[in-house]
Design a protein around this ligand. Structure first.
Ligand SMILES: Nc1nc2c(ncn2[C@@H]2O[C@H](COP(=O)(O)OP(=O)(O)OP(=O)(O)O)[C@@H](O)[C@H]2O)c(=O)[nH]1
Length: 440
């Protein structure tokens, strides 16, 4: 497993829970192991203490064979909690008094006991035995050096303790300990989950917001629900940064839009006169031809070539020529109907696209332009100039196959006007060789 890939929340949980759980498990294990041993030791000590006390107390009864005395002792013993059986053996191994149902009734096994000791265990029953010791009576020989008599067993006591109550108590203690350990781990886990989510959730929200910004989303903000001062500051900082990015993006987008619009305008307009340029003219003409073929519309294309324009340039300079071109552009634009179009297609050349008009209409409009240009007076540096306009036009109707044909026809007509007098408008007529006619 790649540790670096473990989500932050799980890592924090592990960091808190793992050591905590190990510590609690170790403490509980230690406590239970020590508790178990101490309980067992206490049982053994109690059993040994009982037989150690009981054995000397029984000495008189065993030696004298006083049954009442022994029975009183046994009854007194039986009243002690946990004492399940008591047996008294005499020197030869015969049972001289007994109470309860002992698991062990083996004289040979008992007679092998020389000091208080623990014997076998049967489930929750544990056996303890001790010899009843007595010093034998010795009559000293007169004048002899008698040996000090040593105590010797005159009988045995056997006590059986029943430890189920202690075991049950121990089990209850164990369960309580484990339960407490579990509750502590559970509470720690809940607390850790709560704390880690207070850290990991705001971070996850931030990561998501960063992803959304990287994916192109704008105006992304994270809600301010941080669990700590540092995270709060981080969220505030992120929101400010996102707002700054958004504002910079908007500003940049506005500039791009503006530049795009300007470029689009420049691509389609003549910078001097602000009229549509040759490119716009070609598109409009293509559309006019297509529309005419589709819906049967009639129109006209007029080529305008100024007469004697060069004289202005040569006499008073190009700036004057520029100004004259602008005046003529305005003059033509103001004479056109809504829907018509005038473009500057070259140095002193203009073109008009007239929509929804007959040949007579086109002739009238074009002649009007010629008259207006002729009557115009251009003043510059105290000097007055007069120029003219020669216009050749071609009709656009559904019979026109393509743009090239109509362009060629209008150009042909304009050239004919230039050649044959200037300053007036003429419609293109096919040459006699083409259709039995030419410009009229
Ligand atoms: N001022 C100015 N002159 C231009 C511009 N573009 C072209 N010209 C000039 O316009 C003139 C056009 O030449 P022509 O058509 O032969 O001049 P014209 O005197 O009208 O000649 P005709 O048509 O025979 O009467 C040239 O001298 C070009 O230098 C422009 O943008 N500004």
């Amino acid at each position: 497993m790649n540790v670096a890939r473990i989500p932050l929340r799980r890592r924090l949980l592990l960091t808190v829970l793992l050591p905590m759980s190990l510590l609690i498990a170790a403490m509980a294990g230690l406590f239970l192991a020590r508790g178990e041993r101490m309980t067992q030791d206490a049982i053994v000590e109690r059993g040994l203490a009982i037989v150690s006390f009981f054995a000397p107390a029984a000495e008189y009864g065993v030696i004298s064979g006083n049954a009442d005395n022994l029975n009183d002792l046994i009854e007194a013993l039986r009243k002690l909690s946990g004492v399940a059986a008591v047996v008294l053996y005499e020197r030869g191994g015969e049972v001289i008094a007994a109470r309860g149902t002992p698991h062990l009734l083996d004289a040979a096994r008992i007679k092998a006991v020389h000091a208080p000791m623990r014997l076998e265990q049967w489930g929750s029953f544990r056996g303890f035995a001790a010899p009843v010791m007595s010093v034998p009576m010795v009559v000293d020989e007169v004048g002899g050096e008698g040996e000090i008599p040593r105590p010797e067993p005159v009988g045995w006591v056997y006590v059986e303790l029943e430890t189920s109550a202690l075991d049950a108590e121990w089990r209850a203690t164990m369960m309580t300990t484990l339960g407490l350990a579990f509750v502590i781990v559970l509470l720690t886990a809940l607390l850790a989950a709560q704390l880690t989510s207070q850290v990991s959730r705001p971070l996850a929200r931030l990561a998501d917001a960063v992803k959304r910004i990287a994916g192109g989303e704008r105006d992304v903000q994270v809600s301010d629900a941080a669990g700590s001062e540092e995270l709060h500051e981080l969220q505030q900082g992120f929101n400010s940064m996102a707002r700054a990015i958004d504002s910079a993006h908007q500003h940049m987008q506005a500039r791009i839009d503006e530049a795009t619009e300007r470029l689009a305008y420049q691509a389609m307009h003549d910078p001097l006169t602000a009229l549509p340029n040759r490119r716009a003219f070609e598109l409009a003409l293509a559309e006019m031809v297509a529309t005419s073929r589709r819906v049967g519309d009639h129109g006209a294309l007029c080529f305008i070539d100024l007469d004697n324009f060069k004289t202005v340039n040569d006499t008073v300079g190009h700036a004057a020529g520029d100004a004259l071109l602008c005046q003529i552009a305005d003059l033509i634009r103001h004479r056109l109907r809504a829907g018509d179009m005038v473009c500057r297609i070259g140095g002193d050349e203009f073109a008009m696209i007239l929509r929804g008009c007959s040949s007579a209409d086109a002739h009238r409009i074009a002649s009007g332009v010629c008259d207006a240009v002729r009557e115009m007076r251009f003043e510059w540096d105290g000097r007055t100039f007069r120029v003219g306009a020669s216009i050749g036009f071609a009709i656009i109707d559904p019979s026109v196959d393509n743009v090239t044909d109509v362009l060629r026809a209008a150009d042909h007509a304009c050239y004919a006007v230039k050649r044959e007098g200037r300053g007036y408008a003429m419609e293109y007529q096919p040459e006699p060789a083409e259709n039995g006619g030419g410009p009229v």
